[in-house]
Design a protein around this ligand. Structure first.
Ligand SMILES: C[S@@+](CC[C@H](N)C(=O)[O-])C[C@H]1O[C@@H](n2cnc3c(N)ncnc32)[C@H](O)[C@@H]1O
Length: 190
């Protein structure tokens, strides 16, 4: 058995998600990409839960839809081909968790990537619909130019969140080379 606990950033994000998301929860995958996180979330929320999934690329929506169909999970997922900055046009209920796996689609066009302004708008809107003790998880890839700008904007934004209302933590691999991804997670306190 692999006993390593501090694995890669995406696996640490999954550990946070797994510890919190329960059957019947309503969650958002703000960047569905190839659908790995969406499938993971759809299993956790169970038949009585709901997952909203956003992506701006048809290819991402298609890949995710195929993965969900193969796993017989499509019935609990609403896939939306639009930017996550428009979350409030589609989600009219409080949510338990929002995951942002930022950056570009692996195997896709690296020019089509998440951007600071729309990411911040999406985080602001997500905070507005988060339940008490709900969580936002951000996996941030800052090894490319836009990613570095995005990381800086996000850090500046979350540092100013009122600590009475939100708890913000950061996981960073500080002894690894090549700008490994980092995680920022926000919990709503009240
Ligand atoms: C790193 S990938 C996500 C990986 C995915 N979570 C998975 O499990 O495969 C980032 C995705 O964000 C999408 N994206 C970029 N800008 C976006 C936006 N404004 N709104 C929603 N999705 C966006 C990209 O198209 C890409 O598919």
């Amino acid at each position: 058995m692999n006993r390593k606990y501090f694995t890669k950033a995406t696996d640490i994000a999954k550990k946070i998600i797994e510890a919190r998301v329960k059957e019947g929860n309503v969650v958002i995958d703000a960047t569905v990409g190839n659908g790995y996180d969406t499938v993971f979330l759809a299993k956790l929320v169970g038949e009585t839960g709901k997952v909203y999934g956003f992506d701006i690329q048809s290819k991402a929506i298609e890949n995710t839809k195929n993965k969900l169909t193969d796993s017989n999970l499509l019935n609990r997922v609403i896939l939306i081909k639009d930017s996550h900055e428009n979350i409030d046009n589609y989600v009219n209920e409080k949510v338990d968790l929002v995951i942002f796996n930022l950056g570009y689609l692996p195997g896709g066009n690296h020019e089509i990537t998440t951007k600071p302004d729309s990411t911040i708008k999406a985080i602001e809107k997500s905070l507005g619909i988060l339940k008490e003790n709900g969580i936002i998880v951000l996996v941030i890839y800052h090894g490319h130019e836009m990613g570095e700008l995005e990381k800086n904007s996000i850090e500046q934004f979350v540092k100013e969140l009122n600590q009475k209302q939100y708890t913000v933590i950061k996981f960073e691999f500080i002894n690894q080379i090549n700008n490994p991804p980092l995680i920022i997670a926000i919990e709503k306190n009240l």
